[in-house]
Design a protein around this ligand. Sequence first.
Ligand code: DOR
Ligand code: ZN
Length: 427
Amino acid sequence: MKPLLIRGGRVVDPASGQDAMRDVLLRDGKVAAIENPGRIHAADAEVFDAKGLVVAPGLVDIHVHLREPGQSYKETIATGTAAAAAGGFTSVCAMPNTIPVNDTPETVRWMQSPERGASARVFPIGAATRGSMGEALTDYAALREAGAVAVTDDGKPILGDAIMLAALRAAAAVELPVIQHAEDTRLTGGCSMNAGALAFRLGLRGMSVEAESSLVERDLDLLRQVRRGHLHVAHLSTSKALNAVRAARRAGLHVTCEVTPHHFALTEESVGLYDTNAKMNPPLRGEADRAAMIEGLLDGTVDAIATDHAPHAAHEKQQEFERAPNGITGLETALGLAISILHIRHRMPLAGVLALLTSRPAQAVGLKGGSLSAGSPGDVAVFDPAARWVFRAAESRSKSKNTPFDGWEMQGRVRLTVSQGRIVFRS
Ligand code: DOR
Ligand code: ZN
């Protein structure tokens, strides 16, 4: 593989606090050197001109559904990671709600095999309970040994108090976070959107804010009983749950959380007249909750932007609202939405936005990536922070096109993505 010299760009690396004009040399899959402009001489290298562009660590998404094994008509590890590369992501954590559920070291290894043809690093997350049935714990030590970076039953909550406490204890013993999909499903049966006036008008049953916040509060109570336990709250969507996390963090608990781009970009109004591309779980909430997500991102309470990339086939989404599956794709729109909304509209420094997409998610699940210095992995995202562009779902690398952002204009466009020293996307 030829070395790659990324020349003349602005290196922004939140992990090391770097924000300066630098040349970056990638060699043998690693960052070989980062130097002042013009200082690196590598006659054998391919040169990429990054003038006017930002050079950042490859983005890290700790919540994606790659659908393999078992549902390759929606997505494969190859197509999902191609979409990741197009979005600037070089590391993705794959949720275990596959078919079969990823609850064994064999499946963890299968997902990481080179035969899957991934264009980004894939870090599987193991199921917290066997078959994600909520009854018996899986073997956390074995899952970890095979390469799993966390445990979760995402798609569903770990509901019972005793099993959640046991999961937190067992995960703490092997230093894995427990990721909770915080939804008290005893309160959300038959619900398909946020509870409120709009659901009432549409004749749909609504999920209350409390269905999320009460489970987060329960989990924090359990976490208090576990020495060195780490709870990570997935796709947090309500002000009430965010406040619970904020208070627990202040009290010294090891709790982290993520927010999706759709929960800081959209409200339930996007459901409109039963648009199934605005149906996901947790649902889009009201304006006060959306504003609270922005606040949590700005003030540091939220650790990560995670997409919850959830591809579904067209025939599945083209059904009555209540029958359509939950979820939207998200890998190719995350950076543009984060720059447009957090950086441009809310004046968050670019380094802060990038921290939410690199070092902080990496830290939340203990990944090595998410930084850019000599010796670090050769995972790089190069983007034009000023370029305005229109996202077209039809041109997506994902196998599925279920997105509410089709036709959206956004600012911040990926120009080059490098995974382990290899160019995996270029535009
Ligand atoms: O919207 C969602 N889609 N939420 C989940 O929890 C699961 C996911 C999926 O797997 O489609
Ligand atoms: Zn979930």
